[in-house]
Design a protein around this ligand. Structure first.
Ligand SMILES: [Zn+2]
Length: 200
């Protein structure tokens, strides 16, 4: 495994504090950067005794392309357990949403990037899948998850100080044959457009 610090440093930009363990660079395969968190040994949530490492499960995440190639972030996780025989704390695996959200196959930085590419730059899910070296559902699931969180965020519209009338569009319904007017309103601050209001 390669440990060239210059290349590793470039690949760590945008990640939280992690330790790079090395880089797999095989012809015809995605670059794979291996990392682990710098988390301190946690206490058991039940009894407070310092946990011990039980296992090191490995999670491979689709990451941002690097050096013109698809890349994988290989997260060597810590699985902890409580050493107290009488404790019911059991074992648990570390969770770090700034590396990757639970149940998603992309790293967090890649998830944010793909959502912006689809949502803001109107690129297709398929095109991004080719660039990152993964299939359509993997990208689509991530865009839906990140996009839903953005749409439902309470600060989505910011503080609206005045409401402006932007445009009225008239369109017909092929089903009912009726025409409707669509009033498009906007907040005064740039980039804070609010949803269209449908009326008749
Ligand atoms: Zn315990």
């Amino acid at each position: 495994m390669e440990t060239d610090p210059t290349r590793l440093c470039e690949l760590l930009v945008g990640l939280p504090e992690v330790t790079a363990l090395g880089l797999d660079d095989e012809v015809g395969a995605p670059l794979s950067i291996h990392v682990e968190t710098r988390a301190r040994r946690p206490g058991c949530s039940e009894c407070g005794v310092l946990a011990r490492v039980k296992d090191r499960p490995v999670v491979t995440l689709v990451d941002l392309a690097a050096f013109g190639r698809p890349t994988r972030l290989v997260w060597n996780k810590f699985r902890w357990h409580c050493p107290e025989l009488t404790c019911t704390g059991g074992s648990w695996t570390e969770d770090e949403p700034s590396i990757a959200a639970k149940r998603l196959m992309l790293s967090d930085r890649a998830g944010r990037w793909v959502t912006e590419q689809v949502g803001r730059h109107a690129r297709t899910v398929n095109e991004i899948g080719v660039e990152l070296g993964c299939d359509w559902p993997t990208i689509n699931d991530t865009v839906v998850a990140y996009g839903t969180a953005l749409v439902e965020h309470k600060d989505r519209f910011g503080t609206v100080e005045a409401l402006g009338l932007d445009e009225i569009r008239s369109f017909g319904s092929a089903r009912s044959g009726r025409r409707s007017n669509c009033l498009i309103t906007c907040a005064t601050q740039p980039g804070e457009e609010i949803p269209e209001v449908l009326g008749r």
